[in-house]
Structures are given as structure tokens and as C-alpha cells.
Design a protein around this ligand. Structure first.
Ligand SMILES: NC(=O)c1ccc[n+]([C@@H]2O[C@H](COP(=O)([O-])OP(=O)(O)OC[C@H]3O[C@@H](n4cnc5c(N)ncnc54)[C@H](OP(=O)(O)O)[C@@H]3O)[C@@H](O)[C@H]2O)c1
Length: 303
């Protein structure tokens, strides 16, 4: 059995995907802007992921912009039947690489067509509406208008399933009155656990929760506690961070990002790491410790 099969699957929309997937954002250039430094290396990461059994890839046409989708297409099309590509819309990039809201019906329609063209697909499996009230975290505000526009694109057959990203529980409740929401993609990891209650609520309703920055994002997790657990288990800190997420709840689907085949291989074998209960308790203490949480929280960029 391939390593990543050991942690099982969860239904995303109407298809079962493996709980460990891949996030493509790191494949674009510095600041997720422009082309990668090493295009062949980026293509190799994508091919290795799928060859290793990954069947869930997270992307957006505003990574680059267009760059990661074009890499995915070049590396993987024609796509394996079981591959689920999840994209997101709701933002655009300024000329300086800034992240700007793009939520008018025209911008959302354009974004769906950009994703379809650059991924070379007739229909997008899952599209997350990325709330942009604030760049760095969920902020209250109605998502009715953009979600209604996205639901209309779904009705036209361009989108199979809809998810939400960077949202509050109130926005998710509002969203579920407008469309069927199959996943929520928010910032969450060992050290950043604001969504603990939300994850449990979504699990009860069979909705996938896809943590972004699972390894800490632009500033990967660093903690003496995490390193200590990793050393005792003969694993790396990143493997422990992923194994902890896999244990946290069965509706968590992981999309760790990397631009390195070596890191990808390391991350995918996290499925085989057993976390004993006493080490789990030690890891749970990381977020509880203000001092640690302050030093290992993730980076400033949205996406
Ligand atoms: N919805 C949203 O607003 C949003 C926001 C951010 C991200 N996302 C999605 O979530 C995915 C994951 O987030 P992310 O990529 O930003 O952050 P991440 O997965 O938490 O961490 C990626 C960082 O960790 C490093 N890394 C990965 N594996 C490693 C390993 N084994 N050892 C050491 N360092 C390692 C990577 O560097 P190397 O390249 O050197 O490995 C990169 O700097 C993204 O790809 C994107 O698809 C969504």
C-alpha cells in the first residue's frame, strides 16, 4: 500500500480524496508572484506528488498569477481520473504583487474562465470563494453577493462544487443558505487553533476542513517542543505537524505546500507516523502556550 493511503480518505464534493494532498502555491516565484526559479523542479514536484498517490491538489489562478495552474497543466494533463483539483477565486494581484479583492460578478466569472483555460478543464471540480474583507484573516461581512454569483456559475455547469475560504462561522452559515458548501479552507495548524470548534461542527455535517498554512506557511513552524517530540519519534518536525493534523479530525484534508521533491517525500510519509497519546498531549500544549504560539505562528501573506 502506498504511504499516503494509510490515513484514509474523506469525501470532497462527491469524490473520495486521500487525506494528504498537495498545495501548489509554493511553485510560483518569490511572494507567489511570477515564474518559479527552477521550472523543471516545479514540474518534477507535481509529477512526483501524483506518482506517489496524491489525488487532491490545491491551486488558484492568482498564484503567479496563472503560473501554478499552467505548471499543473503542463506537468499533469491529461489528468488522472481520480485527481481532484481545487481552485479559489475572489482575489487578484496588483502589478506590485499585492493581493486585492476581486469579487464582482464580472471578476468572479473571469476568474472561473481563467482557471478553466489555464488548467485546460471544461468544468472545475471545487471552487473556493476566498473572502477578502481583510487579507490576513477572517473578518465579518456578508458573502451573499459573490457567493450568489459563484452559485450561478455552478448552475451554468462551469463549477461542480463550492467551498469557502478565510471565513467565519457566521459567513459559513450564511453561505450554506445560498449554496451547498463542501469544504472550508482556513488558516489552521498546531500553533494556530482558532478554528478548533468550527472543525468539530463541520465534521458533524460531513464538510471537509482544509487547513492552509498547515506547516506554518511562509515561516514554517519552529518550536523546541515540536522538535523534541520529533526527535523522540525519529521523525522531522514537519512530519509531526502533519501527523498531528491527520489525528486532529477525520474531516481534515491536508495540502502542505513545497517546492522541493525531498520535502514532498518527507511530508507524504507523515501518514505512517504514529503519535502516542502522551506525545499528543505535549503537542496540544504548544498552542496553549502563549509564548510558543507567538514564536511559531505563521507568516503574513494571504492567498
Ligand atoms: N485559502 C487561502 O487563503 C490560502 C492561503 C495560503 C495557502 N493556501 C493553500 O494552502 C497550501 C499550503 O500552504 P503553504 O504552502 O502556504 O504553507 P505550508 O504548507 O504551511 O508551508 C509551506 C512552507 O513550508 C516549507 N516546507 C514544506 N515541507 C517542508 C519540509 N518537509 N521541511 C521543511 N520545510 C518544508 C516550504 O518550503 P520548501 O518549498 O522549501 O519546501 C514552504 O516554505 C498552499 O499551497 C495553498 O494551496 C491557501
Amino acid at each position: 500500500m502506498p504511504a499516503i493511503d494509510t490515513s484514509g480518505t474523506f469525501t470532497l464534493g462527491d469524490r473520495a480524496v486521500k487525506r494528504l494532498g498537495y498545495g501548489a502555491m509554493q511553485l510560483a516565484g518569490p511572494g507567489v508572484f511570477g515564474p518559479p526559479k527552477d521550472r523543471d523542479a516545479a514540474l518534477a514536484v507535481l509529477r512526483e506528488a501524483v506518482a506517489s498517490g496524491v489525488n487532491h491538489i490545491d491551486t488558484s489562478d492568482f498564484y503567479g498569477p496563472h503560473v501554478t495552474n499552467q505548471l499543473i497543466r503542463e506537468a499533469l494533463a491529461p489528468y488522472p481520473d481520480d485527481l481532484v483539483i481545487v481552485t479559489k477565486i475572489g482575489a487578484r494581484r496588483g502589478k506590485d504583487g499585492s493581493w486585492l479583492p476581486a469579487v464582482s460578478p464580472e471578476e468572479l466569472t473571469q476568474a472561473v474562465h481563467d482557471n478553466l483555460r489555464n488548467l485546460h478543464l471544461d468544468v472545475l471540480d471545487v471552487v473556493n470563494l476566498r473572502a477578502m474583507f481583510a487579507a490576513h484573516g477572517p473578518v465579518e461581512g456578508s458573502i451573499e453577493a459573490p457567493l450568489t454569483a459563484l452559485a450561478e456559475l455552478q448552475r451554468k455547469g462551469l463549477v461542480r462544487h463550492i467551498g469557502l475560504s478565510n471565513v467565519t462561522p457566521t459567513q459559513i452559515a450564511e453561505g450554506r443558505r445560498i449554496a451547498r458548501i463542501v469544504c472550508v479552507q482556513n488558516h489552521y495548524n498546531l500553533a494556530h487553533r482558532t478554528d478548533d470548534g468550527l472543525i468539530d461542527d463541520l465534521a458533524r455535517d460531513g464538510i471537509a476542513y482544509v487547513p492552509f498554512f498547515p506547516l506554518g506557511g511562509f515561516h514554517p513552524l519552529q518550536s523546541a517542543t515540536l522538535s523534541g517530540v520529533a526527535a523522540r519519534l525519529g521523525a522531522t518536525p514537519m512530519q509531526v505537524a502533519l501527523a498531528w493534523l491527520l489525528r486532529r479530525a477525520s474531516n481534515l484534508l491536508l495540502i502542505p505546500g513545497t517546492s522541493s521533491v525531498v520535502h514532498l517525500r518527507e511530508n507524504l510519509t507523515a501518514t505512517q507516523l504514529h503519535l502516542p497519546d502522551h506525545e499528543l498531549a505535549v503537542l496540544d500544549g504548544i498552542a496553549a502556550s502563549t509564548e510558543n504560539a507567538a514564536t511559531i505562528d505563521s507568516g503574513p501573506k494571504p492567498a
